[in-house]
Design a binder for this molecule. Structure first.
Ligand code: TGC
Ligand code: FAD
Length: 408
């Protein structure tokens, strides 16, 4: 018995769950391309994830509970409105810093990054860009501290990839609008204080409006039984004759281009975030492969496992370079929607493939919650679908290079 147990691989579960041993790969010395401020912002987010997210995230995902205790920490590292000007409570950072924060948060969990993406790019961004000064002052500072949490309602039961067909409607009643319809698959909906909602007016023009929890006829039932993004709360937005004060309409942009403009910002953050998830899977697989002995030697000494690990770091490095360049274009206000689509599509696909390969490197241990890989893999199944599916982003590239829309 003693002899057997000496040779049995005994994972130290407690040690693994409490210790986050992550070491970020930087194969092409990309840190040299970042400024001191980028590195400071990135390292602060990295440390916070190690300290506050890693110890609790597995349990939250297992229990399918959004860990609301992390909201104040997300605000402190500047994850709510990284690029929103400081006068509105944002962190006033550049687009590279925004991306690096998303990378580090998704290294911890895609669901936590979802919460930050929605708050920043889908709630704060439209209020900042399309709202008036009163709306900016009323909502942005509280959204930046997490005192108010928001969600973004575009997708409907009958209109996912094709949001232009939406059925949710507003009717002008003179001194207010009447809102009717339903949105589904909405991140943060079950606990959000406000929702930025997209609805058609009587002329069929898409308008953005701010719906507040507590308005009569507005409910947010939670969506259960997800196998993916379990630490993120998802729900529906139901509007049954909700009275919307006229001052809650976003006045400065309408049409489908308004919500799609928000998606550009969120998709850019996801392109960075996916690299974080991939880095965590690679780092875990590399460490495990060096420690795990089979046939008298570490599995990292076998050609097959080296091939997997070598291909992973190659793909991560290519994605890092693509995304760094996208960040510089974003900072210069030159990044196109199609370039953002390409990066979102490439990086999420890359991360999902790496998660699947890394899971296999860990053998049976890879299916347990003692390691983050399976959670990342399941999360990425949502990330490859939301903010435009893998197919839709390919067709956006197709449209950009041919000048012909495959959607019409
Ligand atoms: P189309 O005729 O091509 O365009 C309509 C108008 O929009 C403009 N436009 C954009 N503007 C800004 N940014 C973009 N990315 C834009 N793409 C298009 C366009 O110029 C036009 O403007 P105008 O002035 O000429 O009217 O529209 P279409 O109906 O053919 O659809 C195009 C398509 C399929 C690419 C678009 O509908 C699309 O991207 N569909 C995917 C839907 C999607 O991504 N939904 C995401 C929902 S939110 C979400 O998933 C949040 S998850 C958050 C989390 O938890 O992290
Ligand atoms: P569909 O549009 O029905 O697509 C089904 C399949 O058909 C896909 O494979 C798609 O690629 C393919 N397809 C569709 N059209 C074409 C075409 N023209 N050519 C070729 N193939 C096509 N939405 C929000 O508004 N706010 C949120 O906060 C939000 N959070 C989400 C959180 C989670 C966890 C998930 C899973 C989704 C979330 N979404 C949110 C919704 C998400 O954006 C949609 O699921 C996504 O846009 C796809 O829509 P759909 O699921 O209706 O798929």
């Amino acid at each position: 018995m003693i002899l057997i147990s000496k040779f049995v691989y005994k994972p130290n579960y407690k040690k693994r769950m409490s210790q986050d041993l992550f070491q970020a790969p930087d194969y092409y010395q990309l840190d040299d391309l970042l400024t001191e401020e980028h590195l400071l912002v990135r390292d602060a987010a990295r440390e916070w994830v190690k300290r506050e997210v890693s110890p609790i995230i597995e349990e939250a995902a297992q229990q399918a509970k959004f860990p609301s205790s992390i909201i104040s920490g997300l605000a402190e590292i500047g994850a709510f409105g990284p690029y929103i000007p400081e006068e509105y409570g944002g962190a006033g950072l550049d687009q590279m810093s925004y991306g690096l924060i998303m990378q580090e948060i998704e290294r911890g969990d895609s669901g936590v990054r979802s919460t930050a993406s929605v708050q920043s790019s889908l709630v704060m961004y439209p209020i900042w860009k399309y709202g008036n000064e009163e709306q900016r002052k009323k909502y942005l500072p509280k959204l930046a501290t997490g005192e108010l949490m928001g969600c973004f309602g575009l997708t409907e039961p009958n209109h996912g990839s094709n949001p232009g067909g939406m059925e949710t409607k507003i009717k002008d009643m003179g001194n207010h609008y009447l809102l009717n319809g339903a949105k589904m698959w909405i991140s943060n909906a079950p606990f959000a204080d406000i929702a930025v909602v997209w609805a058609k007016n009587e002329e069929g023009r898409i308008k953005g409006l701010i719906v507040e929890r507590g308005m009569e006829g507005f409910t947010t039932p939670e969506t259960h039984n997800k196998w993916s993004l379990r630490a993120s709360s998802t729900g529906e937005l139901i509007f049954d004759n909700v009275k919307i004060p006229k001052e809650n309409i976003l006045p400065n942009k309408d049409g489908l281009g308004a919500p799609l403009g928000c998606l550009d910002s969120a998709r850019y953050g996801i392109a960075w975030g996916a690299i974080g998830a991939a880095m965590d899977c690679y780092d875990t697989a590399l460490r495990y492969a060096k420690e795990r002995i089979q046939f008298g030697k570490p599995i990292a000494a076998t050609q097959l496992q080296q091939k997997k690990l070598a291909e992973m770091i190659t793909e991560i490095t290519k994605a890092q370079l693509l995304t760094w360049r996208l960040g510089t274009l974003k900072n210069e206000n030159k990044a196109t929607s199609a370039q953002i689509s390409m990066a979102k599509r490439n990086n999420v696909d890359m991360a999902l493939k790496i998660a699947r390969e890394a899971r296999q490197v860990l053998g049976a241990m890879g299916i347990t919650g003692e390691y983050s890989i399976m959670r990342h893999m399941m999360n990425l199944e949502s990330v490859i679908t939301y903010e435009g599916t893998h197919d839709i982003h390919l067709l956006i590239t197709g449209m950009d290079i041919t000048g012909i829309s495959a959607f019409k």
